[in-house]
Design a protein around this ligand. Structure first.
Ligand code: CTP
Ligand code: CA
Length: 227
């Protein structure tokens, strides 16, 4: 009976979740990063596992602990994250919660950049990173997961930008969250989100990131016909 109870509605369902920031190296000792803590993505991975899914969490550099009971692949850069996600496919559901750096450093130095008195500051040249969410969403069947969920972190015109991302990236849902400074979303424990899909927008009240994760995992289970 115990085993049966632990099985959960998502037993046999394969999920991949990206979480955390990526780091893009400038030289061996410096990198470009962002404010993502990984809390929301890790909580989603844990919530899917709690419903019985077989979860691979692809995590950028974070300081929070690995959730128990799932496979964690740690990466640093966006390119590495894409590689790890590709390696974890096929999956039934992919949730891209990572704050992937939009650019990597084109003129990355193999040795530490040294400053010399009187020299102008060095210039960092950026080159676009691959879009992991779009790559997964636009994959051909049978690699294309049944459900692909993306996030839209915005500081202004949240719903407009989020709806645009849903259309542009080809994912099935966008979880839109306001990350303007006043909300304290980055690094904080609470989140106010809106779920945008082909049918419209569902706005959820402010709640803990763990609760967002549980509700999202349940919505995913229902969408897959498992609840
Ligand atoms: N994403 C991704 N790979 C990237 C950039 C973004 O997988 N290289 C995913 C994120 O994990 C998130 C969604 O795309 O699920 C939206 O990320 P966001 O940064 O909000 O969108 P961008 O398209 O990068 O647009 P911008 O940063 O200009 O708002
Ligand atoms: Ca971005």
């Amino acid at each position: 009976i115990e085993t049966l109870l632990c099985d959960g509605p998502l037993k046999g369902v394969k999920a991949v979740v990206t979480s955390g920031p990526t780091h893009e190296a400038i030289d061996p000792v410096r990198f470009i990063a962002n404010r993502s803590s990984g809390k929301q993505g890790h909580a989603i991975a844990a919530a899917l596992a709690a419903l019985g899914a077989e979860v691979t969490l692809v995590s950028g550099p974070v300081t929070i602990p690995d959730p128990p009971g799932l496979r964690v692949i740690r990466v640093e850069s966006a390119l590495q994250m894409l590689g790890a996600v590709r390696g974890a496919l096929p999956a039934d559901v992919v949730v891209c919660a990572a704050a992937v750096a939009d650019w990597s450093v084109a003129n990355r130095a193999t040795e530490k950049r040294k400053k010399k008195v009187g020299d102008p500051p060095p210039t960092i040249e950026l080159t676009p990173n691959p879009d992991i969410l779009m790559t997964v969403s636009k994959a051909e069947a049978p690699v294309r997961p049944r459900l692909v969920v993306g996030f839209a972190a915005e500081t202004e015109r949240l719903l407009e930008h989020a709806a645009d991302k849903l259309a542009r990236k080809g994912c099935d849902w966008i979880v839109a969250n306001d990350v303007s400074e006043a909300t304290g979303t980055f690094g904080g424990d609470s989140n106010t989100v809106h779920i945008i899909d082909g049918a419209g927008t569902e706005s959820w009240p402010a709640m803990g990131k763990d609760e967002v994760a549980r509700n999202l995992a349940e919505r995913i289970a229902k969408a897959l016909g498992k609840m």
